[in-house]
Design a protein around this ligand. Structure first.
Ligand code: SAM
Length: 160
């Protein structure tokens, strides 16, 4: 698969999963978390999907398109491993993390801390969506959605 195909597959997976969660957060009270603002595309989509929900965004820098920059009070700048740790217990209805690099060695280092962090951020019965596979006893993998390539993007529900 070319890198172009791989990119399209990732974007498609993001859209399919976030669209799938539209309307499924009812009954979950917490915010939505976006770990990795980047260009702000998925942040913008989250805003569309969950217009009434506070969305707190994390990145080491604000580099998004000017139409997709979060309000200052909802933008947390710094290393996610450190900044998001302070939000553990916030009981997010949904946390989306898109910080994979495409380099296995770098992603392996991220995966030494990311699953534990995500499990700590998401409410019981809340959702975790990730570009990297998260192995954690409190994060139950949900079935791969139609249109999502197996192993491309991951959807979990937190068990108690
Ligand atoms: C692939 S981009 C996210 C793209 C985003 N989903 C979009 O639709 O535009 C990843 C972002 O995560 C940020 N990032 C990656 N690892 C990080 C870390 N450990 N701490 C803080 N930010 C990080 C990078 O700065 C980058 O902006």
């Amino acid at each position: 698969m070319s890198r172009l195909d791989s990119f399209i597959s990732r974007m498609t997976a993001q859209r399919e999963i976030l669209n799938h969660l539209r309307g499924r957060l009812d009954g979950l009270g917490g915010p939505v978390l976006e770990l990795g603002l980047g260009n702000g595309r998925t942040f913008d989509h989250l805003r569309e999907c969950f217009p009434d929900r506070r969305i707190i965004v994390f990145d080491r820098a604000v580099g998004a398109h000017k139409t997709s920059v979060p309000e200052p009070e909802n933008m947390v700048v710094g290393e996610i491993r450190e900044t998001a740790r302070k939000f553990i217990g916030i009981n997010a209805a949904l946390a989306h993390v898109d910080i994979g690099t495409g380099y296995d060695d770098k992603d392996a280092i991220t995966l030494t801390w990311l699953p534990q962090l995500m499990a700590g951020l998401v409410a019981p019965h809340g959702y975790a969506v990730s570009g990297l596979e998260l192995r954690h006893p409190h994060l139950e993998p949900l079935p791969v959605l139609p249109g999502v390539e197996v192993g491309r993007y991951f959807l979990y529900r937190r068990v108690e």
